[in-house]
Design a protein. Structure first.
Length: 350
């Protein structure tokens, strides 16, 4: 006869499963970014893949390979190319001490600065450059981690696309929700991902392009570089673009280019900032919207974890967390209603 009852054996097995799950989760912390990237890309690429496979009747494996190659060309290569350009430019600016001295000299004439404030500002500019460089993935120092992360991401993504029905059925089966709530979570997760990645990404690209174009027209230096920087920091709603165009405009005014400076300030506050609200309103009608507070807090959470990708992943994680809380509340309320109905039915029987 066994020393343990059926219930005790199940409890022991459950404890072992939880313990092993914690060990596995801990060991996967280093590749959590790759796993999250896989889920985000799967959500974005899935509609196009299903269209080609189910409507156009293309071969599943060939379609998956084609879509993955397209994503590398359209997303990965431009991102790392622009990151390399940003890192190189920031390194040049950091090593150019004359650049900082000239900038401080001009600002000093525009806005009175005492010696202590001048030293603080100079130190802040240098630290900002170092911090910005560390945000972007370095193709030299982190080449192995980057390549390994990309290989893992595309390996998982390939099989998730090819076996999408098996993958999605497994998620519904093992999700700790009822099937209705699991489908609701999947739908809202899709909308949240599109709103943050596609929607906010589009807004950031438009704002970066507008700033780059205005810098070019007004004769500012390095319009492409500052446009790329603006595109990245525009993931922080409202606060992002002014960090770039306000100091640039003030420096132009300090240089004696009053027209270029004031024109940039007017265009920045009237067009670049407000285009955010216009596009956000249009996107919200299609796929929903993420509140700016969630975005800002998500960025604060995400950047220490994922670097520059935290601009996207941070708000996503926070949005998923809030979504899970909502579904939990819905399930709890449904359970309470069911218990009340059972209680009333029992009382009526007596």
């Amino acid at each position: 006869m066994s020393l343990f009852s059926y219930k005790q054996r199940n409890n022991i097995i459950l404890v072992i499963i939880v313990a092993l799950g914690c060990v596995i989760a801990f060991s996967l912390l280093g590749i959590f970014g790759s796993i999250l990237s896989t889920l985000v890309l799967y959500t974005i690429l899935r509609p196009g893949y299903l269209y080609l496979v189910e409507v156009k009747k293309w071969n599943r494996r060939l379609t998956a390979v084609l879509i993955l190659l397209t994503s590398i060309i359209v997303l990965v290569l431009p991102f790392y190319g622009l990151s390399s350009m940003v890192i190189t430019k920031i390194d040049e600016l950091q090593s150019d001490h004359i650049y900082y001295k000239n900038m401080l000299f001009k600002l000093k004439h525009l806005v009175p600065l005492n010696a202590e404030m001048q030293s603080l500002l100079e130190d802040g500019l240098k630290k900002t450059g170092t911090w910005a460089t560390e945000l972007f993935p370095s193709l030299i120092s982190g080449a192995f981690n980057i390549i390994f992360g990309l290989l893992l991401m595309y390996f998982l993504l390939y099989f998730m696309l090819v076996e999408n029905e098996t993958f999605e059925n497994a998620l519904v089966k093992y999700a700790p929700f009822r099937e209705q709530n699991a489908n609701r979570f999947a739908e809202e997760m899709r909308n949240t991902t599109y709103a943050n990645v596609v929607g906010q990404g589009l807004i950031s690209l438009v704002q970066g392009a507008l700033l780059s174009l205005s810098f070019f027209v007004l004769g500012y230096s390095d319009p492409l570089f500052w446009g790329v920087i603006t595109a990245f920091i525009s993931f922080v709603p409202i606060l992002g673009p002014p960090i770039i165009f306000v100091p640039a405009a003030l420096l132009q005014i300090a240089n004696g280019n009053s027209f270029g400076g004031w024109a940039m300030l007017v265009f920045g506050f009237l067009v670049i900032i407000n285009i955010d609200n216009v596009l956000r309103f249009i996107i919200a009608k299609k796929v929903g919207n993420i509140h700016p507070i969630i975005t800002v807090i998500g960025v604060v959470i995400g950047i220490p974890l994922f670097g520059i990708l935290g601009l996207v992943f941070g708000p996503l994680l926070l949005s998923y967390f809030i979504l899970l809380i909502k579904i939990y509340e819905t399930s709890a309320m449904a359970s309470e209603r069911l218990e009340r109905i059972k209680t009333i039915s029992t009382e009526e029987e007596f």
